[in-house]
Ligand binder design. Structure first.
Ligand SMILES: [Zn+2]
Length: 411
């Protein structure tokens, strides 16, 4: 008889008490409800924990993550995007260091329940493809240990067009040959944004890879690469998966423009990744009167039928000095900065992100994937609010992490 793992005595986000049986071989949920135990079952007593769909970190920068732990506090004194880019120019990234920090960060995410990660990685001189190779090594280790799934997006250097873009175009080709999972870049920073966008979309369509762009990261509403992206996706019929990250300038457009773009994004099946943590950190520096939040209008987009995902972006590096590598923090920020309810905020951090990555969503149904996070708490809202470290993490049907904390009071 096939071996099963039985999660006993947990609760679904709805509050319903359930046992969940998972088949070890198929890695799928095989029973939900009251499960009669068999002698060969491995049983995990959840003691009333809330069981959630496992979150996804859809937008990490693992080559830069945790850099601030070894840098002076004022590494980016301006605190804005330009200041962060300048700070990075004085930092020497070695593949060994990238691997080590990225591994530490992913293990922290796994402990917190995130078992699927998409990371962008800088591909440009002077690092060339060395950081990409370091993350490829990490991805292979994570696949072998079955702790997490890591997708890598080549974040191409700012100039892709013209004579100045020759080297970066060669690096894009090299990244694809090295087996990168996703095509990435910042077309809005190029001297010719439309042509840069076309180069990236051409590469995606020719290689059959999905594309995930830093579409824009600016409060300047005249920088609206997202519109160009929708134009191109509609014209070309890109079928490999298109994701637009940040989309800060969308938050500055008149509402009628936001609604018009949202309708087109939904029809073209372009996913939007909202990144409140780093946008709140970098945007609107020095604006004292009514500072904009710089967060794409998640609620408006969702109401228009757009698939909206969310991530943490930069964590403890020159682009954002804080961050806990915990999707519950991102969910909390979505509640604060995007005014989503807790249920929608968690869906945005979990199933909507899975959808953007082309993965099957988690509905606790028989036959469905068993990527789950069990956490102490009364319900989803209290799980997000308290974000206790008391967690049990299941990835591909296997319990891969248990964290238990205890407190005592002396009176
Ligand atoms: Zn980013």
């Amino acid at each position: 008889m096939a071996q099963r793992t039985v999660l006993s005595g947990g609760r679904l986000p709805s509050g319903k008490r359930v046992d969940i049986a998972i088949d070890d071989e198929s890695e799928c949920i095989v029973q939900v409800g009251t499960v009669s135990l068999q002698p060969s079952d491995k049983v995990e007593d959840l003691q009333n924990m809330v069981i959630l769909p496992a979150p996804v970190e859809i937008h990490a920068h693992l080559d830069k993550v945790l850099l601030n732990r070894s840098l002076p506090y004022d590494v980016n004194p301006k605190g804005d995007l330009d200041g962060a880019i300048s700070a990075m120019q004085s930092i020497d990234l070695t593949p060994k260091d990238v691997f080590s920090r990225a591994k530490q960060a992913v293990l922290e995410m796994v402990k917190n329940g995130t078992t699927t990660v998409r990371s962008h990685v800088d591909v440009r001189d002077p690092v060339g493809t060395s950081s990409l190779l370091a993350l490829t090594e990490l991805s292979a280790w994570l696949a072998e240990t079955k702790l997490a799934t890591l997708q890598i997006s080549c974040l191409m250097g700012r100039q892709l067009t013209g004579r100045l873009g020759v080297r970066n175009r060669a690096l894009l080709k090299e990244s694809i040959e090295l087996g990168v999972d996703v095509i990435g870049g910042c077309p809005y920073l190029d001297d010719n944004p439309r042509e840069a966008l076309n180069i990236l979309l051409d590469a995606a369509m020719e290689s059959g890879l999905p594309v995930d762009l830093h579409t824009d990261e600016t409060l300047d509403k005249d920088v609206f690469t997202l519109r160009h992206l929708v134009d191109e996706v509609e014209k070309r019929g890109v079928e490999t998966g298109v994701t637009a990250s940040h989309c800060v300038s969308l938050s500055m457009q008149p509402e009628r423009t936001q609604l018009e773009i949202a309708k087109r994004l939904a029809e073209a099946r372009v996913s939007i990744v909202v990144l409140p943590q780093t946008n709140l950190y970098l945007q609107a520096r020095g604006v004292n009167q009514a500072p904009p939040r710089g967060v794409a209008p998640a609620k408006l987009l969702q109401e228009a039928g757009v698939n909206v995902a969310a991530g943490a972006d930069n964590v403890q590096d020159p682009f954002c000095s804080v961050g806990r590598l915990d999707a519950l923090e991102t969910a909390s920020l979505l509640i604060l900065a995007a005014h989503l309810g807790p249920d929608v905020a968690w869906e945005t951090c979990s199933n909507s992100s899975r959808k953007a990555l082309g993965m099957e969503e988690i509905s606790f149904a028989v036959g469905g994937p068993a990527d789950l996070l069990a956490i102490s708490g009364e319900d989803l809202r209290s799980a997000i609010t308290q974000a206790t470290p008391d967690r049990l993490v299941i990835h591909k049907g296997r319990v891969i992490s248990r964290t238990k904390v205890s407190s005592s009071f002396s009176t």
